[in-house]
Write a protein that binds this ligand. Structure first.
Ligand code: NAP
Length: 281
């Protein structure tokens, strides 16, 4: 799979799997574990989760899927998790990370993110991230839902320059971040993780996507995903429980949008012509 480089040079895949809404209902646990295993079997190596999702339930789904995951070992996978802003004090981060590690049934998180900006001073969170990194409990850290100003402030704090990613809402219908957040990340060599790359399915009905889907013999949402995947330095983490959706998302890696396709997409979903507030879901 195509990769994107973290600031330290480590290559991570451009397509991962999201897990929001997993782990919320006990009766769906086995189905969701099977879905994550299917993704791993199909070659997905990056899995995004958070202590928030299903109140820890999504991390348990991922933990169970990693256990006995055929011939794949933990080292093959790149696990991303996130700490709540209200747990972002020094002690809070350390404790939250320990709990996440337990639910994930692993000894390390590959990338640990501050889920969004809260009221805890960045220096405290950064100190905790550094301590976790020094002890090997996390390999990289970063942020989520940070606008350009937040990112500048975070990166100027002691240790902040080591940040490895900014996970933000980015898809065809949410292009405001192209004005300043994406350039700010690119300037710092920090990959962007595009969350809700399918706008949670709401992009389905866009006529231009149907038109291009027909041209390429794929589905409208595969076109939407291929557009995100075509953006330099961007990783997409669509969530799918349906194996068909997952296979379609993998196949979207093969779609080559032409210059003409991109013009049509820009006309239907124009890039920003000025700054805007960072959107979040
Ligand atoms: P999304 O990935 O844009 O959309 C997920 C929805 O699309 C699910 O209902 C899924 O259905 C469906 N779907 C997936 N592939 C499809 C396909 N090929 N064709 C048709 N439908 C398809 O939305 P998201 O879950 O909000 O975002 C993705 C991940 O980003 C999350 O799961 C989470 O890990 C992360 N996230 C992070 C934040 C943050 O604040 N950092 C916020 C939101 C999301 P099925 O599940 O039924 O297959």
């Amino acid at each position: 799979m195509r990769t994107v480089e973290l600031p330290g040079g480590e290559a991570i895949p451009v397509l991962g799997l999201g897990t929001w809404r997993m782990g919320e209902q006990a009766q769906l646990f086995n189905l969701e574990v099977a879905a994550v295993r299917h993704a791993i079997d199909r070659g997905i190596r990056l899995i995004d989760t958070a202590e928030m999702y299903g109140d820890g339930g999504a991390e348990e789904v991922v933990g169970e899927a990693m256990r006995d995951s055929g011939h794949h070992c933990r080292d093959d996978l790149f696990i991303v998790s996130k700490v709540y802003p209200h747990n972002a004090t020094y002690e809070g981060v350390i404790k939250a990370c320990e709990s996440s590690l337990q639910r994930l049934d692993t000894n390390r998180i590959d990338l640990y993110l501050l889920h969004w900006r809260g009221s805890v001073p960045f220096s405290e969170t950064l100190d905790a991230f550094e301590a976790l990194r020094a002890s090997g409990k996390i390999r990289h850290f970063g942020v989520s839902n940070f606008d350009a100003a937040d990112l500048a402030e975070w990166c100027s704090g002691s240790g902040g320059e080591a940040s490895a990613a900014n996970q933000i809402l980015y898809n065809l219908s949410r292009r405001g971040v192209e004005w300043d957040v994406l350039p700010a990340c690119r300037d710092r060599g920090i990959p962007v993780m595009a969350y809700s790359p399918l706008e949670q399915g709401r992009l389905q009905g866009a006529p231009v996507l149907s038109q291009l889907a027909e041209r390429h013999g794929v589905s409208p949402l595969q076109i939407a995903l291929s557009w995100v995947l075509a953006q330099p330095g961007v990783i997409a983490i669509p969530k799918a429980v349906s194996p068909t959706h997952m296979d379609e998302n993998m196949a979207a890696l093969e779609i080559a949008l032409s210059a003409e396709d991109l013009v049509l997409l820009d006309a239907a979903f124009p890039p920003p012509d000025g700054p805007s507030h960072l959107e979040m879901l």
